[in-house]
Every structure is written in structure tokens, then in C-alpha cells.
Design a protein around this ligand. Sequence first.
Ligand code: J2J
Length: 542
Amino acid sequence: MLAHCPTWPESWSVQYRKKRLWLGQTLGDMLAERALRHGDRIAVVSGESRCSYAELDQQTNKLASGFLQLGVKPEDRVVVQLPNRFEFFTVIFALFRIGAIPVFALPLHRQSEIQYLCEWSEAVAYVIPDQEAGFDYRVLAQEVQTKVPSLQHVFVAGDSGQFRSLTSIADMQAEPTVAWPHVKASDVAFLQLSGGSTGLPKLIPRTHDDYMYSFRRSNEICGLNEDSVYLAALPVAHNFPLSSPGVLGTLYAGGKIVLAARPSPDDAFPLIAKEGVTITALVPPLALIWMEAASARKDDLSSLQVLQVGGAKFSEEAARRVEPVLGCKLQQVYGMAEGLVNYTRLDDPEDIIVRTQGRPMSDWDEIRIVDEEDNEVPVGEVGELLTRGPYTIRGYYRAEAHNAKAFTADGFYRTGDLVKVNEAGYIVVEGRAKDQINRGGDKIAAEEVENHLLSHPSVFDAALVSMPDTFLGERSCAFIIPRGQQTLSATELKSYLRTRGLASYKIPDRIQFVETFPQTNVGKVSKKALREVFLTTVTNGS
Ligand code: J2J
């Protein structure tokens, strides 16, 4: 087991195994088993290429063997930053097979995030596409490699430039003396990035056992089977399209994954019509764009049975329009990479589907809604959601001090979400206790951006808060107190953040210069007051 990863107490693990929640199968073995069962069926469609379960399994083995020969070992961390393309699957399954640990990065991450991920996980390798959406990842990899001494390899999907291509690794002659490591299902399978609220993002260790339970159970709730066709429109490395039930659930069911390079209607709608897509997942702003486009376009979307919407709060008004406009069922999904996933059920009454964010997927999920003193609040009242269960982590990777705050002594994860729960157990997300901005599903940890802003010599103090937005739900606004008499423009500050290699969605949408920050009665910056008082004046144009 990877060091510095808190795990379930032994008696709990025994129980989860006894109840057959954890089946003792690794993700690598799952693919092999599915290949035996569904060999000729199509597993992944990507652009013009179609790959069967048997081919996916074979290509995975070749790559795994190549990785081993290059010296990638069990428990070695490998930062994987691949968009929705076929190689994502061969890479992650090859790493699962040899017990190496993918660290998932999102395509929009840039130097600041990638360097941190590589350093913090002490990664030995970094896997990138050559170019994507006009961005050359090889240039980024070169910069990162000069800064991170542990990084021995850069592997490229596509034209490798000065690095090594995945194709050449898969083509390496298998060395019979290299034995395949034994991987245990209770081991950490990969590290996911937390949405976070602190200065540095936290890494989430998920085991084979717990993750497989989460998508097996999701499959039952979402009705996935061999005939399911899942369109991956969101970036597949994110927990939602990866496992709720996402691409991994689809493979487990023996269904077909269709990869969309981008989630726009121009890319996605023709794929739905051509491949007979039955289910897909979107964040709320994309659902709005799809509904707008569906009224204007003529694509045949009749195969689509379920549209899952999650990652941020979906308004009731928009939720009501999904079925009439897109002709499919809406499923609200409220989940988190740390574990707990809530779904509205497909046969729930309309009011539940449009007004709530669902209920926990497993009878084994425990939830508590508490006030600021950790006392449970009465049913129907708003409080912070705490949770533990068979697929919710017991602590972040290498984060002892933070874990003491982010988890209760008895192992509940403090989600930082303010919710209320009705008599039937359905959850409505009402707000957030954590210092995070949810920009249409993209999570921004306020402190992380504030630290970047504070590194500018003309910035005396900085506070990042959310401002309401009809399309994205929230956008970010940075309040800045300049140092002394220094003058500074918003444009200057934004381009400064870009030069620091910050993902574009973290660049503040608005920058507001002020002389002081309102304080709470204990002398801290009152972000609530900043949001309320300052934004009213901003909206009024003064
Ligand atoms: C309101 N807030 C939501 C929702 C997530 C499935 C679906 C989503 C995620 C995800 C995921 C929300 N309404 N429907 O991992 O498997 C906010 C909450 C939550 C945080 C987690 C999955 N769905 N949220 O979004 O790790 O604040 O996971 O704590 O990215 O997103 O973010 P993340």
C-alpha cells in the first residue's frame, strides 16, 4: 500500500468484503475479464477509430510491458494529462496492471498545477498529448522537466518531438525476464485531484476495491448494460465522467464508449446520432448550451435516454426543460472525487428530479448534517454534509495536518457543502462552507489564487470571492488592495497570473481594487461581506 494514504480500519474493510461491496478485483484484471467476455464488441470509439475489448486489452498489455522495461515500477507515480482520446485508456490500464499509480491532471492545467502535481507526488513520468486545442503540451513538459528532478520520462500520445512516443513503447520487444508485478485490489489505484479550498490542492487516493464498488453500484442505479453507449463529453480524467458511472462503468457493463474531443453541440450531437448514444454527463452550463442548440439544430438525438447533470447546482427552471427539449430523462448527480455520489433515481417523480441533487447511491453511505459545532441539525435544516462509507476516502495523500481538520476523529469527510436533506433522504445543495468558487463545475480554491496574486510586488492583499452568474452559476472576483501608492491595472494582473502558468479558469473574471477589506468580528477578512456589500456597489456601477 502506498505510504501516507490513510485507509479504512481493518474491521471495516473486513465487513465491506464480507458484504461483497469490495470484490478483491483490480482495475487491470477487470479489463482482462471484460475482454474475455466481450472480445469482439466495440469498447471505445475515438474519431475514426473503433477499438474492441480484445484490442484494448492487447494494446494495454503491450504498453504495460514497455513501461516495465523502461523501469516504471509498482507504486511509481505517473502524472497523466490526456484529453478524450483513445490512449487515455491504454495508459491508465497499463499503469493499473503494473501497479504504478496514475495521478490525474485535467487538460486545462498548466505549469503551476502540473509542476505541483509532479513535485508533490514525486512522479517519475508525465504523459501528455502532443498538441490539443492549439496548445503544445511538449513545451509545457520541457519546462516542468527542468524544474522537477524526479521526472525521468515524458511519454507522448502522438508526435513525440524530443520525448518518447506511446507507440514506440508499445512496440518494444517484450523482455521475458521482466516479471509482472502482483497488484492487490486493496492497493491505491490512482490519485485524483481535489477541488480544494487550501493553497495547495490535495491528492485523493482511491483503491481498486473502493473505486470499482462506486462504478458497479452506479451502473445499477443508472441501468448501464451491454447496450449502453456512453458519450464522454466532459474530460474523462474527471471523477464524474470517469466513474459515475462514466467510462469505467461502461467498460464494466460491456457497453460502448464514444469520446467527444469537445463537449460542444457541434462535436457531440453528430456523435449521438451516429453512434446511438444512450447516456452522457454534463455540467450545468453545458446542459444550457445543449438545450439552446437542440431547439435550433436538426440532429437526431432520439437514442439519448439519460442526461446526467452534476458538478455544480443545476437550477430547477433549467432542469424542468431537459426532458421536453432533449427528449431524455434528467438525472441529477451530486458527487465528489473524495467519494460520496448522490443520484436522483431514473423513476423518481419529476419534482424530486428537478428540485433535488439526489440521494446517496449506497445503503452503506453514512451522512450527517451538522452545525458549526458538529451537532446534528433537525431534518430539513441546512448544515454541513459529513460522510463516510465504502468508497469515501479516510484521508488525503501526504496531508496529515490537513486530514485532522478535513475528517472527523471517527472518519467522516467534511465535504464543505451546505445542504439540507428531506424526510426521504434526498439532498438539496444550498451553499458552501469551504473557501472555493465553483465556476460552472470547475473548482477554484480561493487561497491558491490569492497566493499567486500576493506574489505580485504591487499587491498588498488579495481576496477571491464568488459572484453570481446566470450562465456559470458563479464567476470569480478578486478584490485587491494595492501596495502603497502603486498603480496596477486589472489587465496587468491577469496577464501576470497567466505567466505564472495558472489554468485559465482560475484567472479571476473580475478584478476590483479597494482600500480595505471588511472584517469579521474576530478580525478576519469577511468574504461574505465582500460578496454582499462590495458586489452590490459594483453592480450599481459605483
Ligand atoms: C451542487 N454542487 C455540486 C451538484 C458536485 C459526480 C458528479 C460530480 C462530481 C464532482 C463527481 C454538485 N450540485 N449536483 O466527482 O463523481 C460540488 C460540491 C462537491 C464538489 C465536488 C462525481 N455536484 N458539486 O463535481 O470533486 O461542492 O466532483 O463537494 O469536482 O462539487 O467536486 P468534484
